[in-house]
Write a protein that binds this ligand. Structure first.
Ligand SMILES: Nc1nc2c(c(=O)[nH]1)N[C@H]1C(S)=C(S)[C@@H](COP(=O)(O)O)O[C@H]1N2
Ligand SMILES: [Mo]
Length: 191
């Protein structure tokens, strides 16, 4: 069953703001920065991802505009593994996930470290297509799609919440499809 207000899309539509970036392997890095325990920035190149823990996650995707796609199999690095590889400072409560061209999405730390949150390299056994986020895409199955940046490049550890790209443009700060929290006017004072 789909969450309230969602209808099934045909196939797997492509939806994002702005152009599809070109992957330049020699320039590509994934960085963790902000409130790290050591105070240093961590950085990996694309080949480094293969040495990280990997996981397969089954996910339905729900766009806040009301379309859903179901039965995706994503393969990649569990987001929680990043906290072992790049320990956060005490007091980190949120992360900002950063993508190419400055797209961003803020997440509560617990949403980022949820068992099904994955930095995906593959979909249904194939590398992600450019349009769906190759080489790396954050997938947060329990939140609306805008919380999962395609073309992921960085994770910023934050000791305070700060709104990301769509969250600054009227979309909900938490983005929980099960309760239909799409818009910022639905927020309580503590969100
Ligand atoms: N970098 C980036 N990632 C993004 C977006 C975007 O505009 N830029 N849009 C988000 C939204 S709103 C949705 S619903 C999904 C859509 O993913 P799809 O095109 O693979 O279906 O990507 C998310 N990730
Ligand atoms: Mo979306």
């Amino acid at each position: 069953m789909l969450p309230p207000g969602q209808r099934l899309a045909k196939g797997w539509p492509i939806s994002h703001y702005g152009p599809v970036p070109r992957f330049r392997p020699e320039r590509w890095t994934l960085q963790v920065f902000g409130a790290t325990q050591s105070g240093d920035k961590h950085s990996w190149d694309f080949d480094d991802l293969a040495a990280m823990p990997r996981v397969t996650v089954l996910a339905d995707l729900h766009c806040a505009s009301g379309t859903s796609t179901v039965g995706h199999e994503f393969f990649g690095v569990p987001a929680s593994a990043l906290l072992d590889l790049a320990p956060p400072a005490a007091g980190v409560s949120h992360v900002m996930a950063w993508a190419e061209y400055g797209y961003s999405a803020n997440l509560r730390l617990a949403d980022f470290t949820a068992a099904s949150t994955v930095m995906a390299t593959h979909h249904n056994g194939e590398p992600l297509t450019a349009e769906h986020g190759f080489p790396l895409r954050l997938v947060v199955p329990h939140l609306y799609g805008y919380k999962g940046p395609k073309w992921l490049r960085g994770i910023e550890y934050m000791t305070q919440d700060r709104r990301g790209f769509w969250e600054e443009r009227g979309y909900h700060n938490i983005a929980d499809p099960s309760t239909g929290l799409r818009h910022s006017h639905q927020e309580d004072d503590n969100q």
